[in-house]
Design a protein around this ligand. Structure first.
Ligand code: NAD
Length: 320
């Protein structure tokens, strides 16, 4: 990517912090905007003090001002784990709607390219498998998950309206389950939960009978896909994810084995409206962007487990 001035909203979160890191490594100047609702300054501590990095504490649903030129806005602010968005339902709806409005307004004011981090959750509990971008989804608008998936569906619609009505150069990426270092051990998502439980020798809690599937993508691959889309002129929406699909019980077993743990697998209640299957069709990403994931599940999980082992050892207490 050529040298640019980039705003990353939600830049102190899991994905946002990896984006900030990669952008700096590629020569960009980065303005990271975050209200630390689910992220933390600790995620970007290692970037502080670099001349091309600036952290601004800011709630995207309030007044948003960035001095100077901006070439690209990567809009990643939003709670993303079910535990987080169920704890913050209104904040999630507000950042998906008002926050997206403000981020689009910033891109319009600065004549910047705008990229919306959307999600595979827009497909809901899908009736088409694997999911292509042409699938409209199967979403319960009043179910508990709707605060997240309907907010993202609204955000996609708003982004499209800004493209058509205000000629903002926009792109929409639908990200599928991504994992890696800097996920919070207690964020409620399956991978950090399984890894924490395996390392601590606790039962690994799989929901339902564990036959539901997910397709998991290592964070470096997702970051590559996002930045390749940002550097292209393509508007999407485009799926970014890893099509290798696993049942949850298989995922739990792989993590247990890679962590060298003897934790038992325990089955617990499955959340309401939890999707039965999830797998991206990534042919559009390949044909339009030349992107496909490179990191296999074993390699990605090994790296993530090592990071969690170091983190849990360093804090020597369950992190929140
Ligand atoms: P995260 O919770 O780690 O990061 C989200 C960041 O947004 C946090 O730092 C949080 O403090 C910030 N934020 C929330 N509300 C804000 C507001 N009003 N103003 C400013 N900052 C705010 O989650 P993540 O996994 O890094 O996800 C980042 C983005 O990617 C989200 O938009 C999410 O929907 C999308 N996404 C992630 C995944 C995934 O697997 N991680 C999958 C699909 C989509």
């Amino acid at each position: 990517m050529k040298a640019q001035r980039v705003v990353v909203t939600g830049g102190a979160g899991f994905l946002g912090s990896h984006l900030c890191e990669r952008l700096l490594a590629e020569g960009a100047s980065v303005i990271c905007m975050d209200n630390f609702l689910t992220g933390s300054p600790a995620n970007v501590e290692h970037l502080m003090g670099r001349p091309r990095f600036r952290l601004i504490e800011c709630d995207l649903t309030g007044f948003v001002h960035v001095p100077g030129q901006v070439d690209l806005v990567l809009h990643f602010a939003s709670a993303a784990s079910p535990t987080d968005y169920l704890r913050h339902p209104i904040a999630t709806l507000k950042v998906g709607s008002i926050g997206t409005l403000h981020a689009l307004g910033l891109a319009r004011e600065k004549r910047a390219r705008f990229l919306l981090a959307s999600t595979s959750e827009v497909y809901g509990d899908p009736l088409e498998h694997p999911q292509r971008e042409t699938y409209w989804g199967n979403v319960n608008p009043v179910g508990p998950r709707s605060v997240y998936d309907e907010a993202k569906r609204f955000a996609e619609s708003l982004t499209t309206a800004y493209r058509n009505s205000h000629r903002v150069d926009t792109a929409i990426v639908r990200i599928f389950n991504t994992y890696g270092p800097r996920m919070r051990p207690h964020d409620g998502r399956a991978i950090p939960t399984f890894i924490r439980q395996a390392i601590n020798g606790e039962p690994i809690t799989v929901t339902g009978d564990g036959s539901q599937t997910r397709s998991i993508c290592y964070v470096d691959d997702t970051v590559d896909g996002v930045l390749t889309l940002a550097a292209s002129g393509f508007e999407g929406p485009v799926n970014i994810g890893n099509p290798s699909e696993l049942t949850m019980v298989r995922l739990a077993t792989i993590i247990r084995d890679l962590a060298g743990s003897s934790s038992p697998i325990a089955f617990v209640d499955r959340p309401v409206d939890d999707p039965a299957v999830r797998r991206p069709d990534t042919s559009l990403a390949y044909t339009r962007l030349g992107w496909r994931p490179e990191i296999d599940v074993t390699t990605g999980l090994r790296r993530t487990i090592s990071w969690f082992e170091r983190e849990l050892l360093a804090t020597d207490r369950p992190a929140s």
